[in-house]
Ligand binder design. Structure first.
Ligand code: NI
Length: 167
């Protein structure tokens, strides 16, 4: 297992659109293991492969306090969505920044698990938020894209400055 480096906004590689996984195999399962370890190490509740610069449609998530309810979503597609909710979102690629984002309240998705088996999941509330947030990453989107241009410019400046101070 390995802890992978998480790309930080406004890194352009976060804009890459991920490709579907053609065959779920040992290399996919290794990626899932490494992403899971990376997510737990960073105290995150979700991580998309895009964030570790691997552009395949793979997401890991765990919303539990005990960190024992791992969910793996490979090639997820939304088949139904309705309602509206606003949640204060954060992201491992935008450290220590939170902002409200409006998303669907309920979603139904199809995805593959790490054995390549298809399953369906109905999600509401925070789980629905998290899935939509991570699926955005696979499409090259970051949650700050939903904020006003002014706010986006401020965040960009802040993170560019922060990156320089680490050089
Ligand atoms: Ni994120």
């Amino acid at each position: 297992m390995a802890i992978l480096e998480i790309l930080v906004y406004p890194d352009e590689r976060l804009r890459t659109v991920a490709k579907p996984v053609e065959t779920v195999d040992e290399s996919t399962r290794q990626l899932v293991k490494d992403m899971t370890e990376t997510m737990y190490d960073a105290n995150g509740i979700g991580l998309a492969a895009t964030q570790v610069n691997i552009h395949q449609q793979v997401i890991v998530m765990d919303l539990s306090d005990e960190r024992n309810e791992l969910r793996v979503l490979i090639n997820p597609t939304v088949i139904e969505q309705d309602g509206e909710q606003v949640y204060d979102e954060g992201c491992l690629s935008v450290p220590e920044y939170y902002a409200p984002v409006k998303r669907a309240e309920n979603i139904k998705i199809n995805a593959l698990d790490e054995q390549g088996e298809i399953y369906q999941l109905e999600a509401h509330g925070l789980l629905a938020v998290c899935i939509q947030h991570e699926m955005d990453h696979l499409a090259g989107k970051v949650f700050v894209d939903y904020l006003s241009r002014l706010k986006q410019d401020r965040i960009k400046k802040k993170f560019v400055k922060r990156a320089r101070s680490f050089d």
